[in-house]
Design a protein. Structure first.
Length: 101
């Protein structure tokens, strides 16, 4: 019985679930500047995925890498949600970028 597919599926589900609050909190505290951290994480985990010999670990690192890359887009979408008033403005924002005084 091969459980690797289920392990990768579960890890993908948990990784996506973990990145959702990371994007929201990261944008809240740091604004869109946090995208650089997601880019760095994506690059690091992409390299790890290429370098490890284990197919399971390589797949898991790849999932984390592309979740990081996808989070870059989501940070900018989250910023638009904040501008629309759907989420609170955090300390990572400049007042003029949100439409304050």
């Amino acid at each position: 019985m091969n459980l690797q597919g289920l392990a990768i599926g579960l890890a993908s589900f948990l990784t996506i679930g973990a990145f959702h609050p990371l994007v929201i909190k990261g944008e809240f505290y740091f604004g869109v500047k946090i995208w650089k951290c997601f880019l760095a994480g994506g690059v690091v985990f992409s390299l790890l995925s290429l370098l490890v010999s284990s197919m399971l670990l390589s797949s898991l690192f790849g999932v984390v890498a592309f979740s990081s890359f996808w989070s870059i887009l989501e940070v900018f979408h989250q910023h638009r949600r904040v501008e629309r008033g759907w989420f609170p403005v955090g300390p990572g924002h400049w007042k003029e970028s949100i439409g304050g005084e």
